[in-house]
Design a protein around this ligand. Structure first.
Ligand SMILES: [Zn+2]
Length: 278
């Protein structure tokens, strides 16, 4: 395979890989999307349970108030009946006090009952509103899950097709080169092979050492940018643009693009990885 053929393959391959990687990332991000929605639902349900507990407590209070009210009413009525049968001043005073106490109790119970019922109405509204919200959220979540599942099936089919394309394009290419290439695309999100124009790497925009840029132009082997690790191919600048190759901005020995760089080194775009090979 000539170097031009390799470049040609890499260009096609990077499009296929970029699309495949984007789809894989999309699928990976699905659980997070659903997680946020599910945790919202959990919060709503927790609030609902608390509100419902308050509602039940108030219902108990309401029943208690009603009982006390009935009790006070019957006490008062009974005393009023007894009053009809009083004969002495002493009896009258005792029963009169019973009636007044019972009336006072009745009044208090009515007031308390009113208060409890107002709170019940408020909380009832809140419980209902929350229930509506929960039902809506559950419905939307279920629909979202169905849509995501349908999309995922399609995306996985696409990924399988893209993988087949990538395998075909990779045939005959060096494995280590392919490994590095895919890693760069994963890291950058799109391009693994970029142009050197006017002595500048089009990915990281660093000015490359003249000798190094000349190596790219000579196309003797595949070389990686010493700053960003992108694979490089040479592109002529049009008239009017400055070529750094024409200027003497430094002279460096050849760069070792075979050396394995780890992820951290890939991060450091201003790191120059230069070995003397002479
Ligand atoms: Zn670069």
């Amino acid at each position: 395979m000539t170097i031009d053929e390799i470049f040609n393959r890499l260009h096609k391959l990077q499009d296929v890989l970029a699309e495949k990687i984007a789809l894989e990332k999309k699928i990976q991000s699905i659980p997070k999307v659903l997680e946020d929605r599910e945790s919202l639902l959990v919060r709503l349900k927790k609030t609902y349970i608390e509100q419902y507990q308050d509602y039940e407590d108030l219902r108990t209070q309401q029943a208690g108030c009603r009982n006390q009210l009935l009790e006070a009413e019957s006490k008062r009525e009974k005393a009023e009946k007894n009053m009809e049968a009083t004969t002495t001043q002493r009896e009258y005073e005792i029963i009169d006090k019973e009636i007044r106490d019972a009336s006072e109790k009745e009044h208090q119970c009515r007031k308390e009952l009113q208060h409890v019922e107002r709170r019940l109405a408020e909380i009832d509204e809140k419980v209902k509103a929350n229930k509506t919200l929960i039902d809506e959220q559950e419905g939307e979540l279920a629909e979202q899950k169905r849509n995501i599942e349908a999309e995922r099936v399609e995306e996985e089919k696409k990924i399988a097709a893209l993988t087949a394309d990538a395998n075909k394009l990779s045939e005959g290419l060096d494995e280590e080169l392919l490994f590095k290439f895919e890693r760069i695309i994963r890291k950058k999100g799109s391009r693994g092979i970029v142009a050197v124009r006017g002595g500048v790497c089009e990915s990281c925009h660093m000015i490359l050492p003249v000798q190094f840029a000349n190596n790219v132009r000579r196309k003797e082997k595949i070389v990686s940018c010493p700053y960003c690790s992108s694979f490089l191919f040479y592109e002529d600048v049009s008239d009017g643009e400055t070529s750094f190759l024409d200027e003497e901005i430094g002279s460096l020995a050849s760069l070792d693009d075979d050396e394995e760089q780890d992820e951290e080194e890939l991060d450091e775009e201003d790191t120059v990885n230069i070995d003397d090979e002479e």
